[in-house]
Design a binder for this molecule. Structure first.
Ligand code: GTP
Length: 305
């Protein structure tokens, strides 16, 4: 039996919803996104994700007439049975206050129809902000979003104090993968059990990290870090790079099976793992041989299927 998760993707027209969906789930590259037309009403996408889990994405067109309909005549249909709302803000929007008011209305409709849904807000197109101003701009936008979330009213007219998590994102770098990996992490059942198993597996191999990526999207779904690392963004960088590489392989008519990257300090093995995942194992250089890792990955598959 499949378990379906309804994910609403909302935000004003041109904020970048269809672009991010197309890159993560439909193998688009960033430069192709400028050719996407506006979404009319709602576009549905079913994405099989990790075995029997299906993400039912509702990409809701952001033009005002559609937004008004979603909030009035189609309110029940749109906001019922939602597991996750992802609201996308264009960081450079000239009407940020207005965007916030729309967001608040959507949040109130969600609280009425799916009170247990989780809410994620993406402050998107961060590449348009000068690099040294990004953190400050993000914090300002995040504070606004959190303020409007708290102020949203419950169906009883009380202040909801709704909680939402904000991420900065851009289709032009790995922040897109960081944000979507974090969202998907909340949707995957039993992540903790999976991470315990990964840690045990990593210990057997004397690895420093073991990371599990979803096979089609290359989003990180679980990881075990067995020794500390300086770069907190390394997972999403790997997602981004390997996804691009995988697309290049596809263009050449070949399929990505496994990769080995070696430098003077470590070796990283990326290999197909279960039916829906790739695994990456990082070991200090000289610790283990490639055939040994390959054999262990093969033997571990059945434990993770
Ligand atoms: P509607 O379908 O009308 O609701 O719009 P949308 O939110 O789906 O916007 P869409 O994905 O069609 O993107 C609009 C434009 O923004 C496109 O030209 C994209 O190339 C551009 N865009 C999307 N993401 C980014 C980003 O991270 N940075 C920059 N600079 N441009 C982006």
């Amino acid at each position: 039996m499949s378990s379906k998760r309804k994910v609403l993707l909302m935000g004003k027209s041109g904020s970048g919803k269809t672009s991010m969906r197309s890159i993560i789930f439909a193998n688009y590259i960033a430069r192709d996104c400028s050719r996407l037309g506006p979404t009319i009403e709602v576009e549905h996408a079913h994405v099989r994700f990790l075995g029997n889990m299906v993400l039912h994405l509702w990409d809701c067109g952001g033009q005002e007439s559609f937004m008004e309909n979603f909030l009035m005549s189609q309110k029940d249909q749109i906001f019922k049975n939602v597991q996750v709302l992802i609201y996308v803000f264009d960081v450079e929007s000239r009407e940020f206050e207005k965007d916030l008011r729309y967001y608040q209305s959507c949040l109130e409709a969600l609280l009425q129809n799916s009170p247990n849904a989780q809410v994620f807000c993406l402050i998107h197109k961060m590449d348009l902000i000068e690099e040294d101003k990004r953190d400050e701009t993000f914090k300002k936008r995040e504070a606004d979003v959190l303020r409007y979330s708290e102020l949203a009213a419950t169906p009883l007219g009380e202040r909801s104090n709704a909680v939402c998590q904000c991420f900065k994102s851009s289709i032009w770098d790995e922040t897109l993968y960081k944000a979507w990996s974090a969202i998907v992490y909340h949707l995957v059942p039993n992540v903790n059990t999976m991470e315990d198993k990964l840690a045990k597996f990593g210990n057997v191999l004397e690895a420093t990290e073991v990371i599990l990526f979803e096979r089609a999207t290359f989003l990180v779904i679980a990881h075990a870090v067995l020794s500390p690392h300086k770069d907190p963004h390394r997972f999403e960088k790997v997602s981004n790079i390997i996804k691009q590489f995988k697309l290049s392989c596809l263009k050449m008519g070949s399929k990505l099976d496994s990769i080995q990257v070696r430098n003077s300090r470590f070796t990283a093995f990326i290999d197909t793992f279960t039916q829906n995942t790739y695994v990456m194992i990082v070991v200090p250089d000289g610790k283990v041989s490639a055939p040994m890792i390959t054999m262990n990955v093969k033997n571990a598959r059945k434990v993770f299927e």
